[in-house]
Design a protein around this ligand. Structure first.
Ligand code: NAD
Length: 499
């Protein structure tokens, strides 16, 4: 029996009307479990119209009233974390603890959004001129939209809509068609928390729904997190329609290991950051850069038994380190990259391509793979694989490692492992990358800082959540007032200056 999902528009579940659907499978078993309706332009229009109708009322609420609704939403997310985790794991495949951890990281943004009365405070200066005062204020943009990927179906939408709503905007979310159940549940919880009808809507679908969002004149801002070609498309199309756009893209994150690093600590870091969530994280480490052959040999020696020994299992196996990949197609793509790496001449030290789990023969499982002697020309180095495949690249020295990182087209995250403070400081300053870790393999900023990469990992410049989130979802206004109004100066034909 497959369950049929819906959209969430104007405070209610709405059945799909387009007649187009996508199948959702449990990645651990390969079973078809649900089907999700794909919205057409008319259905997207309904969601945008609902958001537009809700806008005057919602944007006129006080920031403290919106903060209180956010606080109730946070409590509801916490109370329903088991259900949200189950939705994520049965559609994405990752282990239950990992799913729930990602919900907690999302809730942290909601906690930050609860501080919106303080965050929206403007500046005021009395007497910018004689009898003249100046103040700045941040006002909401209007109807905002979000387009999100499969790998964090709760956390990534939560980078966006809690900030947008707290700032006084209304929102239309188009989540990934691979795992939409958890984001649909978030819409119900937001409604239960007190968000009026139309304030937060979810439309499911594929490119057709995205294109309808991008072309809709009533959508004023778009936040997206996707693969890089889609990010570039969303950015260019959204800008062509005069929208404010922040479009986060793919990644190829390096971890540089210097000869003085604690190699056991570096190995632990590579295991978690390379293979956690089966490598399906935009901040996963996919390249270990060993500075010098001695470091390269030592890392391979330590990593080989660890990678071969990763415990792989379904999401509800408490001993599993890693679950299956999200879909059969993605499993085939990742396996194809491992085949390609062998053809390109990289040394496949651990081969996890053929793995069958007893009782889960239909699942999309593969084991961890480890390549040594990968070079920068190889496609397995250049392309984002998004699977449990770690490549070791060897460089002669620190400058070579830094050049490798900076020459890469992506600029999401990077890490350096060293005990040398001078090297770490130099690296943090010169890495052409948005998020840098020093002895921290996945340097994801906490909710009250902002998340975002550089180069082809982010189009549009502005990072998500934290202060940047407030900046993205508001427009700045400056008001200059002269009181008392009775002061008469006469006509002034010269530009006023501070005298
Ligand atoms: P994807 O690009 O296939 O899809 C992401 C979203 O874009 C989905 O909602 C999908 O429906 C939509 N989409 C897909 N093709 C489209 C098209 N041609 N036109 C318009 N919309 C389209 O990505 P995915 O496989 O769901 O997620 C993995 C990707 O997301 C990886 O590249 C990963 O690095 C990236 N990601 C980046 C970050 C970050 O912070 N930079 C975070 C998470 C994921």
């Amino acid at each position: 029996m497959t369950t049929e999902l819906h959209h969430f528009i104007n405070g209610q579940r709405v059945a799909g009307e387009s007649g187009r659907y996508g199948d959702i499978f449990n990645p651990a078993t390969g079973e078809l479990t649900k089907r999700v309706p794909y919205a057409n332009a008319a259905e997207v229009r309904k969601a945008v119209a609902a958001a537009l109708a809700a806008l005057p009322g919602w944007s006129a609420t006080t920031p403290i009233a919106r903060a209180r609704i956010m606080f109730r939403f946070k409590e509801l997310c916490e109370a329903n974390i088991d259900e949200l985790g189950e939705f994520i794991s049965t559609e994405h495949g990752k282990t239950l603890d990992d799913s729930k951890g990602s919900v907690i990281r999302g809730i942290e943004v909601v906690e930050f959004a609860c501080g919106i009365p303080h965050l929206l405070r403007g500046d005021y200066t009395a007497s910018v001129g004689t009898g003249v005062d100046g103040c700045s204020m941040r006002q909401p943009l209007g109807v905002c939209a979000g387009i999100t990927p499969f790998n964090f179906p709760v956390m990534v939408p939560m980078w966006m809509f809690p900030m947008a709503l707290a700032c006084g905007n209304t929102f239309v979310l188009k989540p990934s068609e691979r795992d939409p159940s958890a984001p649909l549940r978030l819409a119900e919880l937001m409604h239960e928390a007190g968000a009026p009808d139309g304030v937060f809507n979810v439309v499911n679908g594929d490119k057709e729904a995205v294109d309808a969002i991008l072309a809709d004149p009533d959508v004023v801002a778009v936040s997206s997190v996707t693969s890089t070609p889609v990010a570039e498309y969303i950015y260019q199309t959204g800008c062509a329609h005069n929208k404010r756009v922040q479009a986060l893209g793919g990644a190829k994150n390096h971890m540089v290991v210097l000869p003085d690093a604690d190699l056991d600590q570096a190995t632990d870091a590579l295991m978690g950051a390379g293979y956690g969530s089966a490598g399906e994280r935009c901040m996963a480490i996919s390249v270990a850069v060993a500075v010098g052959d001695k470091v390269g040999d030592a890392l391979i020696e330590r990593l080989t038994p660890r990678v071969a020994g990763i415990k792989i299992g379904p999401y509800n196996d408490p001993d599993a380190d890693m679950g299956p990949l999200v879909t059969k197609q993605h499993l085939e793509k990742v396996r194809g990259y491992v085949d390609l790496g062998v053809e390109e001449g990289a040394e496949l030290v651990v081969d996890g391509r053929d793995l069958t789990l007893q009782g889960y023969e239909g699942g999309y499982f593969m084991g961890g793979c480890l390549f040594d002697r990968v070079t920068p020309e190889m496609r397995i180095y250049r392309d984002e694989i998004f699977g449990p495949v770690l490549s070791v690249v060897r460089t002669r020295d620190y400058e070579g490692a830094l050049k490798l990182v900076n020459d890469n087209e992506y600029g999401n995250g990077v890490a350096i492992f060293t005990r040398d403070g001078d090297a770490a400081r130099d690296f943090a300053a010169r890495a052409n990358i948005g998020m840098v870790g020093v002895n921290v393999p996945i340097p994801v900023p906490v909710a009250y800082h902002s998340f975002g990469g550089w180069k082809r990992s982010l189009f549009g410049g502005v990072h998500m959540h934290g202060a940047e989130g407030v900046r993205f979802y508001t427009k700045l206004k400056y008001v200059t007032s002269r009181w008392p109004s009775g002061i008469r100066k006469g006509a002034d034909y010269v530009i006023p200056t501070l005298q």
